[in-house]
Design a protein around this ligand. Structure first.
Ligand SMILES: [Zn+2]
Length: 261
């Protein structure tokens, strides 16, 4: 009996123990699962945070490197994408965006050439301003018509392709119309000369200037802009009173400027 009871007791103990073990095992399993999930969550959050720190440090490095003329940035960004995964690639694209945004700003001043449009406007000879202010003519225009007397040559000539406007030596000479400087040269007869091209086939020429001029080749000028000073460089007009030799050409023919001054 005792044995039996013991056996029964033993078997029932085992059963109970097993049941208990099963029950507790179940709870333990759940507990372990929860702790595992919790640890994973904590680890994941910490890992993410540390990744962000790394990423922030990396952006600082990448930003410094972009100022370096040597192209090391690509290598650094590649290393980052392998090590820090998503945050690093994000920063890489951000760096690309910022560098792209900065580029157009540096190019803007190069495109700013508002004066280039000046010759595009329609040139009207009636808008002409006197290059020396005064309109007093020392020697008139003559082209095959009525001859004019040259004090320098001491003879009449019917080949004076412009007008000699009275002006003091050293006086400022101004552009008569909006245009572009196409030639600066020393003429054998008329001395230091500037040619300005306007629209509608019109050209103005300024001679007997000082050798030092105030404009450069291809420079755009507006009517009234100073281009040089009256000199004494025209050998064929050296004995005439101090003046500017001024010519106006239209479609390859010289015309009398005094009609428009
Ligand atoms: Zn002249």
């Amino acid at each position: 009996m005792k044995k039996k009871i013991f056996k029964d007791d033993n078997s029932s103990f085992k059963e109970r123990a097993l049941k208990l073990a099963n029950k507790e095992g179940f709870y333990v399993a759940i507990f372990l699962c929860i702790t595992l999930v919790a640890t994973m969550l904590v680890y994941f959050v910490n890992d993410n945070a540390s990744n962000k720190d790394i990423a922030n440090k990396d952006t600082a490095i990448v930003e410094q490197e972009t100022t370096d003329p040597v192209d090391n940035t690509n290598a650094i960004i590649d290393e980052d994408t392998i090590g820090a995964e998503e945050p690093a690639t994000e920063t890489a694209t951000q760096v690309d965006k910022t560098t792209k945004e900065e580029e157009p700003k540096t190019e803007e001043p190069k495109t700013e050439q508002p004066k280039e449009q000046a010759p595009q406007s329609n040139t009207n000879l009636k808008d002409m301003v006197s290059p020396v202010g005064a309109k007093e003519v020392v020697m008139a225009f003559s082209m095959g018509g009525e001859p004019v007397y040259s004090q320098t040559l001491q003879e009449f000539t019917s080949e004076h392709t412009g007008v000699d406007l009275k002006a003091e030596e050293g006086q400022e000479v101004k552009a008569a119309l909006n245009g572009k400087v196409t030639k600066i040269y020393k003429d054998g007869k008329l001395g230091q000369t500037i040619i300005i091209q306007h629209s509608n086939g019109i050209e103005t020429r300024y001679s007997n200037l000082e050798e030092k001029v105030a404009v450069t080749l291809n420079q755009s000028v507006s009517a009234g802009d100073a281009i040089g000073k009256v000199g004494k460089t025209a050998t064929f007009e050296s004995e005439d009173p101090s003046h500017l030799h001024f010519e106006v050409w239209q479609n390859g023919k010289c015309i009398d400027p005094s009609e428009y001054l």
